[in-house]
Design a binder for this molecule. Structure first.
Ligand SMILES: [Zn+2]
Length: 222
């Protein structure tokens, strides 16, 4: 019932005020999240809930199958605002196993407009058909395509002019590819992240990079 939602909201707001009387005053005056989350619209993968982040701690963009379309004004506006104005340091592209969008992209049926939206997934499936055709279990094959899609979106995001220009200006910004398991509630780092480390390590997880880690430590001790 809708009224339950409003009742829950009042209880939540009262609880927050009891815990910390300035909670909403502080939040309304400023948002300075460290993270931009690009995730799937699937209702079972809510960014704040599964990462334990509070309001104000993560800027969120979600669409079907967590895709980065180069001409998506919605995503590009969110991305530019997050990078240029909010100054996030980490962008997380988080997909999930058993993604209905990824399944719909490759099930051979016509679904409507969404088929156009899902085209990048079919491109990934075509590019990696050799590997995917070798997987006989359809669920495992779908889950592998979910991972490959996340990796492709991380790569696509890293090539956008917004990210390229931020890196050129020396901004410390890394992109991570994560996958969430609906079955166990756990997030796994696919280690396909990108960071401007000034070294040739691109394509590996940024945390593995010596130079990136050192710069991060320098920043924290400064
Ligand atoms: Zn999904």
């Amino acid at each position: 019932m809708l009224t339950d939602l409003l009742k829950h909201n009042r209880r939540w707001a009262t609880g927050k005020r009891l815990e910390d009387p300035d909670y909403f005053k502080r939040l309304s005056a400023l948002q300075r999240p460290e993270y931009l989350w690009i995730g799937c619209s699937d209702s079972r993968v809510p960014a704040n809930v599964i990462t334990g982040l509070e309001p104000g701690e993560v800027f969120v963009h979600r669409n079907v199958a967590n895709l980065v379309h180069r001409a998506d004004l919605n995503l590009l506006s969110v991305l530019e605002f997050a990078v240029e104005t909010l100054g996030v340091s980490h962008i997380i592209v988080c997909g999930h196993y058993g993604c209905g969008g990824v399944r719909a992209a490759t099930d051979g049926h016509r679904h409507g407009i969404i088929d156009h939206w899902l085209q990048p997934i079919r491109d990934v499936a075509d590019d990696r058909s050799g590997e995917l055709e070798g997987i006989t279990d359809p669920d495992i094959r779908l889950n592998r395509l979910c991972e490959l899609n996340i990796e492709a979106q991380v790569a696509s995001l890293s090539r956008t002019p917004i990210i390229q220009s931020a890196w050129k200006r020396g901004k410390k910004l890394s992109i991570h590819g994560w996958v969430y398991g609906l079955n166990d509630g756990l997030i796994r780092d696919l280690e396909c992240g990108r960071a401007d480390c000034g070294c040739s390590h691109q394509g590996e997880g940024p945390e593995d990079c010596e130079q990136f880690r050192r710069r991060d430590e320098d920043d924290r001790s400064a």
